[in-house]
Design a protein around this ligand. Sequence first.
Ligand code: HEC
Length: 144
Amino acid sequence: MDWMKLRTIMLAGLALTAILSYGQAPDASADARIARGKYLAEEVAKCQDCHTPKTEKGDFIKSQWMKGATLDFTPAAPMMGWHSKSVDITSTSALWARWQVAGMTKFLETGKNPRGNKAGPPMPDYTMNHEDADAITAYLKSLP
Ligand code: HEC
């Protein structure tokens, strides 16, 4: 075997080792969980549509991401228990201080808050699987 071939094989081996150890690092998997939670929250469930305030032109106010908002829509017909405001769901909120990770995960899995009640409309009552609820909770926990 010539030197160039041997060198290529050795470099490939090193790269593979680097990839494998990166994949196993706890930080990498925590980051992956947050990234998945961000995708589910922002692209699938679109929590920000109701939980992030908007400017008059309708653009999200990025500095208040998921900090609770006055909704910019109302029900077509009057609806019992309708909430015109959503709450702050970031890690620094009063809600987070009460619910913590366990409460938020359970709420997304069962649709019930720690008091055993469903949230009022138009908050959807989600019944997500544990993995998805866990990922969204990790993402919300990463929000200041
Ligand atoms: C269609 C609008 C809408 C969407 C989408 C939405 N929410 Fe809400 N959310 C609300 C409103 C309005 C409230 C206030 C309801 C209440 O206080 O009972 C609320 C309340 C909550 C609460 C507090 C519930 C309680 O019992 O105190 C949490 C936690 C929450 N939302 C998380 C989320 C998450 C996470 C997502 C995305 C996965 C999301 N919401 C998507 C409108 C929405």
